[in-house]
Design a protein around this ligand. Structure first.
Ligand SMILES: Cc1ncc(COP(=O)(O)O)c(C=O)c1O
Length: 372
């Protein structure tokens, strides 16, 4: 029988899947609570839950105190999925027309710029508005978003004066180098934040994942972990498992062909990999069309039948060749792990010259997501 495009039959014919371990996700949240016992936890689930699937991740993390997203559309999806918890727009709103949406969806917003203050002031002149909880963001050294630290008092007073802004104004900053445990920069940012906010009331929030793990003095009232929840390594050279965190996503596929090649044979587009001896090459159903990084060179790690081996040749859209010369038992149908429980995604990311976050965020729609 011919499979029609988009039918289950067709999807089943491609054995490529991202398995999301929701129990591991829940345990990672508990671990974060252990590490920051006096703080509330804003689970950062932007970019479709770091590529793990926004709704499934939010339901699994219902023990969090709030969710952080970057786009209003993500917040809309969370409300549509029945998530009633606080949701914070981490980059704030961008135009006046966003404000009624924030009110209707009961969203908190980060306020990081003069232009947003002006929009809130203009909206406050209109009748019948609901109130919006504001997170006043200060720039203490990241130099990305945030009011200058010495403008904190004035911005806070202006927010306070607005009927559209909720009573509790949270104070936050973002750390630029919290993943460098031996750098004094985080302490400098903390000191600037403390000085800028000393006279202001409201809960405080500084810590991303790396700060949760390595800088207890930044935990304050709210921590804002993202990567650590998903078991991604957030400190260079130190796997998440070292901090008691587990991988949540396992990207897998199967072997669809096994071929022998003679010495001198080139494998894949461009012929960049040439066999230097008789080799067995397994072809697997994964490629950059699924989100596996095209820049991963020959020699990138991969696991087949639970044994680690290496990729060979260029990654193509649908296929990836792997070296199974030393694994004579490998055959068509065998399971292959590209990253996950047996192979930290950071190792693949390092081979491809990127970070794990980019890889998990980059899984494409043709990959079947499964939960366990
Ligand atoms: C403002 C803010 N807080 C927290 C996070 C979470 O960061 P991480 O994934 O490193 O924990 C992010 C992500 O970039 C962010 O932009």
């Amino acid at each position: 029988m011919l499979a029609r495009p988009g039918t289950d039959t067709e999807r089943m014919s491609r054995p490529t899947s991202a398995c999301i371990d929701l129990d591991a996700l829940r345990r990672n949240l508990l671990r974060i609570r252990e590490l920051a016992p006096r703080s509330r936890v804003m689970a950062v689930v932007k970019a479709d839950g770091y590529g793990h699937g926004l709704e499934r991740v939010a339901h699994a993390l219902e023990g969090a105190d709030a969710f952080g997203v970057a786009a209003i559309s993500d917040a809309e999806r969370l409300r549509a999925a029945g998530i009633a918890k606080r949701i914070v727009l981490l980059s704030g709103f961008v135009e006046p027309g966003d404000l009624p949406l924030l009110q209707r969806l009961r969203l908190d917003t980060v306020v990081h710029h003069e232009s947003q203050l002006a929009m809130l002031e203009a909206a406050s002149l209109l009748p019948d508005q609901g109130r919006i909880q504001a997170w006043l963001k200060l720039n203490t050294g990241m130099n990305r978003l945030g009011f200058p630290a010495d403008a904190a008092g004035a911005a806070h007073a202006r927010l306070r004066a607005l009927p559209i802004v909720g009573d509790e104004i949270c104070l936050m900053t973002h750390l630029a180098r919290s993943d460098e445990f031996d750098s004094a920069f985080t302490l400098e940012q903390c000191a600037r934040f403390e000085l800028a906010t000393a006279a202001l009331d409201g809960p405080r929030s500084l810590a991303n994942s790396a700060a949760v793990l390595g800088w207890p003095q930044t935990h304050a009232d709210w921590v804002r972990p993202g990567g650590a929840l998903f078991g991604l390594s957030v400190v260079a050279g130190r796997p998440a498992s070292e901090f008691g965190l587990e991988a949540v996503m396992t990207l897998g596929t199967r072997v669809i062909a096994v071929n022998s090649v003679e010495p001198g044979a080139a494998v894949g587009y461009g012929g960049g990999f040439v066999a230097d001896r008789p080799m067995r090459i397994a072809i697997t159903a994964i490629g950059y069309g699924d989100g596996y990084p095209r820049l991963a060179p020959s020699g990138s790690p991969v696991v087949v039948r639970g044994v680690r081996t290496r990729t060979v040749g260029r990654v193509s859209m649908d296929l990836l060749a792997i070296d199974v010369t030393a694994l004579p038992e490998v055959q068509v149908g065998d399971r292959v792990e590209l990253w996950g429980k047996q192979l930290p995604v950071e190792e693949v990311a390092a081979a491809a010259g990127t970070i794990s976050y980019e890889l998990t965020c980059g899984i494409t729609r043709r990959v079947r997501f499964m939960e366990r």
